[in-house]
Design a protein. Structure first.
Length: 149
């Protein structure tokens, strides 16, 4: 039997799928977002998650060994991937490679909803050190994306 997930109305929600905190460990390195796990299979070793970022919110600035793919479903925003800042709109696909710094931000006046496809078993993210942040901020485009220190 097929296990179907039906999308509900706005915001991005699916029937029978729990809305979870972005990171349950209480880190304060993100703002105004939630996540849902839509699909997870051991034989495929992957997990499909949906993130909903409120206007002006953002994910954690981090890097890790595992790669992932992100598909924007709705809204507008920007992301930092490695040394590039990318404007986001619906249906964009962003690939985040191993050890690339990355962060997703919703526009100040719009939600940003996206699907993230990732390994089911993954390493823990690394947060930037003060030296990492100084190095990133040396690039004016990245500095503008990250905002005031």
């Amino acid at each position: 039997m097929t296990d179907a997930r039906r999308r509900e109305e706005e915001p991005l929600r699916w029937e029978g799928v729990e809305v979870r905190p972005y990171k349950p460990d209480g880190q304060d390195t993100f703002r105004d977002l939630s996540r849902q796990v839509l699909f997870e299979r051991d034989d495929l070793a992957c997990q499909v998650r949906v993130f909903e970022v409120e206007p002006g919110g953002h994910t954690t600035l981090e890097r890790h060994h595992h790669a992932h793919a992100v598909i924007v479903l709705r809204g507008r925003g920007q992301c930092l991937v490695g040394q590039e800042v990318i404007d986001l709109r619906p249906h964009d696909l962003v690939e985040v490679g191993p050890w690339q710094w990355h962060q997703f931000r919703a526009a100040a006046d719009d939600h940003l909803g996206f699907v993230c496809i990732v390994n089911q078993d993954r390493d823990r993210p690394q947060l930037p050190t003060a030296d990492d942040l100084r190095e990133m901020a040396a690039d004016p485009t990245i500095s503008a994306f990250l905002g005031p220190a």
